[in-house]
Design a protein around this ligand. Structure first.
Ligand SMILES: Nc1ncnc2c1ncn2[C@@H]1O[C@H](COP(=O)(O)OP(=O)(O)OP(=O)(O)O)[C@@H](O)[C@H]1O
Ligand SMILES: [Mg+2]
Length: 332
């Protein structure tokens, strides 16, 4: 059974298309990731599915409830951890949870029992009476996850669960997310722009770019698309003729030139390196360094979009500036 079903879901802000006709489904019990650079449309997608934003067009269903027609049913059946911190820092950890549980109409006895459970789950039992303003970033994030779980949602949305946390805390949160999914059978949809996070956690990943899905599959299959190993040559000199020659070799599955690095995917990369270097020398291209590795999701992103996720992020900032300029100009 599907926990989530989405067809042609679209969101426009003043004509700007933030989410562009996406379609996908998430099976019950799955850990599903939306991976993409800043501004890709991840939060907008989550906000539509959790009924905070009204879709411009398209259809969405969560736990069998229509996100446009049965908003209350959707809300009761989900938990959400927002990208922006949403805790009351002047309250203690426990008070934050109490408040949330009351909003969901959970009676006093159940409240006490559930709060105890979720605090144990995220290792905050001994800090429950501390004011949240005294919590570390990781503790706040854990408390937010605990809060999202109090009413026992079947589906949990986590928007950038580890944004800005140090590596150790990140690992800790990853373990909780995995445990919730595997042991408590919570279907989880998370957004991230960390490749390694998506890779480690998710059963399935949708790579999102400019409001569209450019790929959707298991992390393994996404990497398999590239076919084998990635061999990268750091080069000096004009590589046009070399690249034209390499394009004719059918054992090279994909090729990408980026700055001074020529990356290719192929089976048994280690055996092909001498041949590649020879070809470079024959075409008067200097090879200064060679790398061989298994493909990462970064390679997959590069393959589908022609850019790295970081470059995409900086160009998104430019794009947003352009939008602002255009809107200001239009208002004049
Ligand atoms: N309320 C809004 N009004 C106008 N534009 C918006 C609004 N919310 C989002 N956008 C735009 O929609 C696009 C997608 O934004 P969104 O927040 O969904 O991206 P994201 O993938 O979550 O990015 P990030 O990784 O930075 O959180 C961006 O270009 C953003 O500027
Ligand atoms: Mg976001």
């Amino acid at each position: 059974m599907n926990a989530i079903k989405v067809e042609n879901l679209t969101k426009k802000f003043n004509g700007f298309v933030a989410v562009d006709h996406i379609s996908f489904s998430v099976a019950t019990g799955e850990l599903f990731g939306l991976l993409g650079p800043n501004g890709a449309g991840k939060t907008t997608t989550i906000n539509m599915l959790s009924t905070l934003l009204k879709p411009t067009s398209g259809f969405g269903e969560v736990n069998g409830f229509d996100i446009s027609k049965n908003k209350n049913d959707v809300r009761r059946s989900i938990g959400v951890v927002f990208q922006e911190p949403a805790l009351d820092t002047k309250l203690t950890g426990r008070e934050n949870l109490e408040f949330h549980a009351m909003m969901y109409g959970i009676n006093k006895e159940t409240r006490r029992e559930r709060i105890k459970k979720v605090l144990e789950l995220v290792d905050l039992s001994d800090r429950a009476r501390t004011l949240v303003e005294k919590y570390s970033g990781g503790m706040k994030r854990r408390l937010e996850i605990a809060r999202g779980l109090i009413h026992r949602p079947k589906v949990l949305f986590l928007d950038e669960p580890t944004l800005g946390l140090d590596a150790q805390t990140k690992r800790h949160i990853w373990d909780y997310i995995k445990m919730l999914n595997k042991e408590h059978k919570v279907t989880i949809i998370l957004t991230t722009h960390y490749m390694e996070e998506a890779d480690f956690l998710c059963d399935k990943i949708a790579i999102m770019d400019y409001g569209k899905f450019v790929a959707l599959d298991t992390p393994e299959k996404l990497k398999d698309i590239l076919g084998g190993d990635v061999v990268s040559l750091e080069i000096k000199g004009n590589s046009d003729i070399l690249m034209n020659q390499l394009k004719k070799w059918d054992w090279i599955k994909t090729m990408n030139k980026h700055d001074e690095v020529l990356s290719m995917t192929m089976e048994k990369g280690e055996r092909r390196i001498p041949e590649l270097i020879r070809a470079a020398q024959e075409n008067e291209v200097d090879v200064t360094c060679v790398h061989l590795r298994k493909p990462s999701l970064e390679d997959v992103f590069l393959h589908f979009t022609g850019r790295t996720i970081r470059e995409q992020e900086s160009s998104q900032i430019d794009r947003n500036r352009e939008m602002i300029r255009w809107r200001t100009w239009r208002r004049r």
